[in-house]
Design a protein around this ligand. Structure first.
Ligand SMILES: Cc1cc2nc3c(=O)[nH]c(=O)nc-3n(C[C@H](O)[C@H](O)[C@H](O)COP(=O)(O)O)c2cc1C
Length: 213
């Protein structure tokens, strides 16, 4: 059975959220097209138990010099491993978020920090290059933003400012995932008069992407 892992990052989903509506278009179309698939959803803005904190960095540094972990570090590492195993076991990844200050929300970055893990998702070869462990899997990035970065609302190409999408592409590439695309709902805050039209077109793109992912 194909397993789809959704990494969703939005701190408030109860009130109206463009990101939530955009994502729902995608996932409803996906479910209809792939009724047998397993879909696991995490809103990491609500729950992200393993940030790159003091314990996580101690575990990293001790591994470099082969030092034993203390009981707290052992416990942290064992519980974190379940999240990493879940990530590795997925076949497809959906990253969904609003753009915050040209990047993905902090908690999504924390999630990526957690799964960028040697040897689970990548390793260094003898030559010192990075080799990914997740080759053949695919990922999609659903992002809403007030401004139009990819020209989907008719503006010029400003995609070099979309640092979150570029970062996701780079880390997934390190993990071996090269089948990666972005779908955007963008420009509605900067052009409120056209917002309904922008959103209708973005919803149609999300639905199409969901059917074909
Ligand atoms: C803290 C914060 C930072 C933001 N930074 C950007 C930004 O850098 N570029 C942009 O185009 N929109 C930015 N926005 C606007 C949101 O990306 C946009 O309104 C998005 O549609 C919000 O989705 P929501 O309705 O699901 O909350 C920002 C919004 C917030 C709250």
């Amino acid at each position: 059975m194909t397993k789809v892992l959704v990494i969703y990052a939005h701190p408030e989903t109860k009130t109206y959220s463009t990101t939530d509506k955009f994502y729902q278009q995608f996932i409803t179309a996906y479910r209809t097209a792939h009724p047998e698939d397993e879909i696991v959803e995490h809103n990491v803005s609500e729950y992200m138990p393993f940030p790159l904190d003091k314990i996580a960095v101690a575990i990293y540094n001790k591994a470099l010099v082969n030092q034993p972990l203390n009981p707290d570090e052992e416990r942290f590492k064992a519980s974190r491993q379940a999240w990493i195993d879940e990530f590795v076991s997925a076949d497809k990844y959906v990253f969904a978020n609003p753009m915050y200050n040209l990047f993905v929300p902090t908690e999504m970055k924390s999630y990526l920090d957690m799964v960028m893990q040697i040897p689970d998702t990548f390793h260094y070869t003898k030559e010192g290059t990075m080799a990914g462990a997740l080759a053949g899997k695919k990922a999609i990035h659903l992002q809403t933003s007030g401004g139009d970065y990819h020209g989907t609302a008719g503006g010029p190409d400003m995609s070099q400012l979309d640092l979150g999408h570029q970062y996701l592409q780079a880390v997934l590439h390190v993990m071996g995932i090269t089948d990666f695309t972005g779908v955007y709902a963008e420009g509605m805050d900067h052009d409120p008069a056209n917002a309904p039209d922008i959103m209708a077109k973005a919803f149609a793109r999300a639905e199409d992407a969901g059917r074909n992912f």
